[in-house]
Design a binder for this molecule. Structure first.
Ligand code: HEM
Length: 424
């Protein structure tokens, strides 16, 4: 087996990078960001060697001049952080690391509104977070239990007797979006269109398509906001539009910035998680058996699925010049946290590659950490838990349909189709 040092040598590149980046730290880590598929039971395994403590704590991934993009920092390249404690620092040290510009795809078409709350730094971030929190708190999500359970049960009972379902396409893609559409008050028939727009924005890697989708979705959302201004209802977009922050109404930019980012954050994150969760259970039936025998472990199993499936890795921008691990970081440098390394750091998680649903203190980075901790985390957790509870009440041991392709992107792209079968 190759040592981590040899692995590092094999990905070294001499692409252009800013003058302050030492040549020996320049490596191509684009493959680690979830855009290269594989067929492993643990699809995040290719990042395992990056948790080796002998590696330099900071690496630099320069933009590939032939294929820019793929990693945060775009044309500039990014520092890559892979140790648990360093990732934690980037997510929690708001004095050195900023969220400005994070996931602001709208800038591509000349829009200047900000993505709220994700791209806002503290202390300003706090007022937006407080404004939205009442709708996403554990208590608010608990009130959605009957709705979530109703949708799950209806969908599972629709296919239970058939002995087969395409869990990715027919279930994972649809279930969380149905909940999300109901929460926001979006019209149900927009479902396919929303997913198509989101695909073009996040996954098409085609600038023309991305820009066209951005124009279309923002036009739709602005029209929808205007409709709710005229005709309020009890759903979240209407509450945002008519809400007040620190005693005043929201500006037009704040309304679109908030609704837009919820739209982007809420659509397919849970879907990707569900598909990977069922793929893992199908390929490792022992997990199914344990959950069936011990439903009381469902909550901690969900946490372990989240840890072992870090579908996103977040980036920040350095706010100032400073030295870190003997390396010079300059204001404006992009810093990419490699969650598929941090979530498996043996210094933090004993026996990190094994799926252990009894794991204690499972503080992973799948929802990041610090003030930007995913606002939808309680909702996502409840959706996943409810799904597992109702699934194991109705479906016996399942497996991948013989001959089906189980190739998966270890990230948000996930898996498009995954037919599962069971005996009826
Ligand atoms: C398993 C499912 C999900 C995962 C893995 C996930 C992951 C993440 C991550 C990694 C971030 C932080 C990004 C960063 O700081 O750069 C984030 C933030 C956020 N997520 Fe999620 N998310 C999920 C579900 C949801 C859902 C269902 C919603 C909404 C309905 C949502 C809304 C948000 C919002 C609004 C933020 C920004 C929070 C802030 O900046 O204060 N997420 N999410």
């Amino acid at each position: 087996m190759m040592t981590a040092a040899r692995m590092l040598d094999s990905i070294r590149v001499d692409y252009p990078a800013p003058a302050h980046v030492p040549a020996e730290l320049k490596v191509d880590l684009g493959w680690a960001m979830g855009s290269v598929p594989n067929d492993l039971v643990d699809p995040y395994l290719p990042c395992a060697w990056l948790t080796d403590r002998d590696l330099p704590p900071l690496l630099f991934n320069p933009a590939n001049p032939k294929a820019p993009g793929g990693i945060a920092g775009g044309m500039r390249g990014a520092w890559v952080v892979h140790r648990y404690e360093d990732i934690e620092r980037v997510y929690t040290d708001n004095d050195h690391f900023s969220n400005r510009g994070t996931a602001e795809f709208q800038a591509m078409i000349g829009e200047t509104f900000r993505s709220i709350p994700l791209a806002i730094d503290p202390p300003e971030h706090g007022k937006y977070r407080m404004f939205l929190m009442p709708h996403f708190s554990p208590a608010a999500v608990a009130r959605m239990d009957a709705t979530i359970r109703g949708v799950v049960v209806e969908m599972i009972e629709g296919f239970a007797g058939q002995g087969e379902v395409d869990i990715a396409w027919d279930f994972a893609r649809a279930f969380p979006v149905r909940i999300f559409m109901g929460l926001m008050g979006f019209p149900a028939p927009m479902f396919e269109q929303f997913l198509a727009w989101e695909w073009d924005i996040l996954h098409s890697w085609d600038t023309q398509k991305t820009m066209a989708a951005l124009r279309a979705v923002l036009a739709f959302l602005r029209g929808f906001i205007a409709e709710k201004e005229r005709e309020p209802d009890e759903h979240l977009v209407s509450k945002i539009v008519h809400g007040r922050i620190e005693g005043r109404a929201l500006s037009a930019d704040e309304k679109i910035g908030t609704v837009w980012f919820l739209w982007l954050g809420g659509l397919d994150t849970v879907a990707a998680t569900i598909s990977q969760m069922f793929r893992r259970m199908a390929l490792e039936p022992e997990i199914q058996r344990q959950l069936r025998d011990h439903p009381e472990l469902i909550n901690s199993a969900v946490e372990e699925f989240l840890r072992t499936q870090p579908i996103l890795s977040s980036a920040r921008t350095a706010r100032r010049d400073f030295e870190w691990h003997g390396v010079e970081i300059k204001a404006g440098d992009a810093i990419q946290c490699l969650n598929p390394a941090g979530n498996f750091d043996a210094a933090r998680f004993p026996d990190p590659r094994s799926f252990d649903m009894t794991r204690k203190g499972n503080r992973h980075f799948t929802f990041v950490a610090g003030v930007h901790l995913c606002l939808g985390a309680s909702l996502a957790r409840r959706e996943l838990r409810t799904l597992l509870e109702e699934w194991f009440r109705r479906i016996p041991e399942f497996r991948v349909k013989p001959g089906a392709d189980t190739t998966v992107f270890p990230g948000l792209l996930s898996i498009r189709n995954l037919p599962l079968v069971w005996d009826v």
